[in-house]
Design a protein around this ligand. Structure first.
Ligand code: SAM
Length: 311
């Protein structure tokens, strides 16, 4: 089985980017009364103790959430994310970190449904305990499956209300995950073309990571692609120097929110001079067009040049 436990990484810079965007997408879906589903293909444990053994051992939160809490004048997207995290810490200390299932549940209304997949035998027990502690509100419209989320997802599409957010957030410990993500998104879009698919990926020195991002950008759909590097890639080729979120059918509000938030995040989370961000958008081709899609870089860190070799 896998060794990955998300508790090691809870509240790190990658969680900040992923969860700030997730919360914004949920807020956008709440603007309309109509019910929606959230499908989280790789749910994790749900809640993490930041002062516990796992997170305490790695200390990754210090270069993630903790930096945001110490910074001034956060942009709207970040303020909203910090508000969401604070709701799980009523004593004012940031000791508990909410994972994606809990952030989703916090935003969702009685008419909305949550579908969670988790394959790790221990992690799914943690998740089920967490949901049980949250009580009826959390469990009434939630189903948890101990199953491969890539496969389970396709069975659920399209969700009955035809409104849905699909978070795809695998560990990528197994390099096959990159390929599985692409297949899941392509097949998922065939079943649910209007779905909002949010795909997280790590910036690592692995060819599969670059290829997956490029392949996602070639999809003939509307998309928004945000990436945030917090440091230079390491000389030994190991480790994660940043992460990205690729959103298919993004809320129209998200671009402006990210244009404001990403420069701030790159500054606050910078570990060295390699810190940078980029925001790129692609659009589905108009009917009958010979171009597969249009693509435009929206904003990037000032010193960063966009070139095919870098990306
Ligand atoms: N989405 C969570 C969040 O944002 O709080 C974090 C998820 S963590 C990055 C990835 C999780 O996926 C791990 O808990 C791991 O055990 C689980 N996992 C790995 N492969 C899986 C698969 N094929 N299907 C479902 N879960 C899987």
């Amino acid at each position: 089985m896998f060794s990955y436990r998300h508790a090691f990484h809870a509240g790190n810079h990658a969680d900040v980017l992923k969860h700030a965007i997730l919360v914004q997408i949920l807020d956008y879906f709440n603007r309309k009364e109509g019910a929606y589903w959230v499908i989280d293909t790789h749910a994790g444990g749900g809640l993490y103790a930041l002062d516990g053994d796992w997170a305490g051992q790695s200390g990754e939160v210090k270069d993630g959430l903790d930096r945001l809490l110490a910074a001034s004048e956060p942009p709207a997207l970040i303020s909203r994310y910090l508000q969401a995290v604070a709701a799980f810490n009523p004593d004012g200390q940031a000791n508990i970190y909410p994972g994606s299932p809990c952030l989703a549940l916090q935003s969702m209304r009685p008419q909305d449904h949550l579908r969670l997949f988790e394959l790790h035998t221990t992690e799914i027990e943690v998740l089920q305990d967490t949901l049980a502690h949250l009580g009826k509100k959390a469990t009434r419209h939630t189903q948890v499956a101990h199953e491969d989320g890539f496969h389970g997802l396709l069975r659920l599409l399209p969700p009955p209300p035809r409104r849905g957010i699909i978070l795809i957030d695998p560990p990528y410990e197994d390099k096959q995950d990159y390929r599985h993500v692409l297949t899941a998104v392509r097949e998922g879009l065939q079943r649910f073309a209007q779905g909002c698919f949010a795909i997280w990926y790590p910036q690592v020195q692995r060819v599969q990571a670059h290829e997956m991002a490029r392949s996602l950008e070639r999809l003939p759909v509307d998309w928004l692609h945000a990436s945030l590097s917090v440091c230079k890639p390491s000389e030994d080729g190991l480790g994660m120097h940043g992460s990205g979120m690729f959103i298919v059918n993004p809320p129209w509000t998200l671009q402006a929110e990210l244009e404001e938030a990403l420069p701030w995040l790159a500054q606050v989370l910078a570990q060295d001079s390699g810190a940078r961000f980029s925001l790129t958008r692609g659009t589905a081709a108009p009917q009958g067009s010979s171009r597969a899609q249009g693509q435009a870089p929206l904003s990037e860190s000032p010193r960063q040049k966009r070139s095919p070799s870098r990306r």
